[in-house]
Design a protein around this ligand. Structure first.
Ligand code: HEM
Length: 264
């Protein structure tokens, strides 16, 4: 099953153009949701005003080379490994889910546009990448959802309590889970279940991409932007308009080593 392109099998009954159209529609939903969110929440206006203020407070101007180096270091260290989550399970789960999702999405585009339709060749490698990406998304995502979420880990809410903020992670998990189930049932010849999970897969994608405005989806755009701005502000001395660090050794006391908040 892992080496079969599920979209190629689907294209025996549904036009490949319809499948391609669906992917383009999802891309359009991401752009529309993100732009409307930016306008409505005014976060880009805040970001640029803050950057302008920080520029005035800068102690020195960074050259192009220096800026490029700060940005590259931020991409490789902070963004690619989600460094802000520190060392530990939370970061491992996020990295697994993040790379899983990237593989799943890239493989979907490659499989649908390059290997689906009459006369199209097959790609075992991309089909494997699609399935592995979905599995990684499930492992990282369910780990986070069931055990690591602050509501569950620190606030003792049951794992099945759902609030609006969970829209993103749940829609993402629904896409990966129903996608895998659809692929399995279609491959095994369970036509009815195959169609059922196909409908659920399509619905989860519409919820995930159509819900960008209301969900945390756009954090994958904002977070890297904020990390770059923070590191540039540290390099040019503006420090995001915060006071300079004290000229003394960093001593935070024992509080820094305190136990996890689990007093319920
Ligand atoms: C394809 C890219 C990404 C995916 C699929 C993804 C997925 C997720 C998911 C599912 C969550 C849990 C959301 C929730 O609280 O319900 C999350 C949280 C988070 N993400 Fe991402 N993310 C991506 C990119 C990034 C990037 C690039 C950064 C930072 C540079 C980042 C930083 C964070 C942080 C700090 C949290 C909060 C984690 C926590 O509460 O434990 N993410 N992400």
């Amino acid at each position: 099953m892992m080496s079969i392109n599920p979209y190629a099998t689907l294209a025996e009954t549904i036009s490949p153009l319809a499948i391609q159209g669906f992917i383009l529609a999802m891309l359009a939903l991401i752009v529309i949701g993100t732009v409307v969110q930016m306008i409505h929440h005014k976060n880009v206006t805040y970001f640029f005003n803050n950057a302008k203020k920080a520029k005035l407070a800068a102690e020195r101007e960074l050259g192009v080379g220096e800026k490029t180096s700060v940005i590259l270091k931020t991409v490789v260290h902070d963004i690619a490994t989600t460094a802000e989550l520190g060392a530990g399970k939370r970061r491992v789960a996020h990295v697994m889910g993040m790379y899983g999702t990237i593989l799943f999405w890239v493989a979907s585009v490659v499989l649908v546009f390059g290997y689906t339709g009459q006369g199209a060749s097959t790609s075992t490698v991309w089909s494997m990448i699609w399935h592995v990406g979905a599995i990684m998304t499930c492992v990282g995502g369910y780990w986070f959802w069931l055990f690591l979420r602050v509501d569950v880990l620190a606030e003792a809410h049951p794992w099945y309590r759902i609030i609006k903020a969970d829209l993103f992670v749940l829609a993402l998990l629904a896409c990966a889970t129903t996608g895998l189930a659809w692929s399995y049932f279609q491959f095994s010849g369970y036509t009815g279940l195959g169609y059922l999970f196909l409908v659920l897969f399509i619905t989860s994608n519409i919820v995930l991409f159509g819900g960008v405005y209301w969900s945390k989806f756009a954090h994958m755009i904002y977070k890297p932007g904020a990390a770059i701005q923070k590191n540039l502000a540290e390099a040019d001395g503006s420090r995001d308009n915060l006071p300079p660090l004290a000229d003394a050794p960093k001593q935070f006391g024992l509080g820094i080593k305190r136990e996890q908040p689990k007093h319920y």
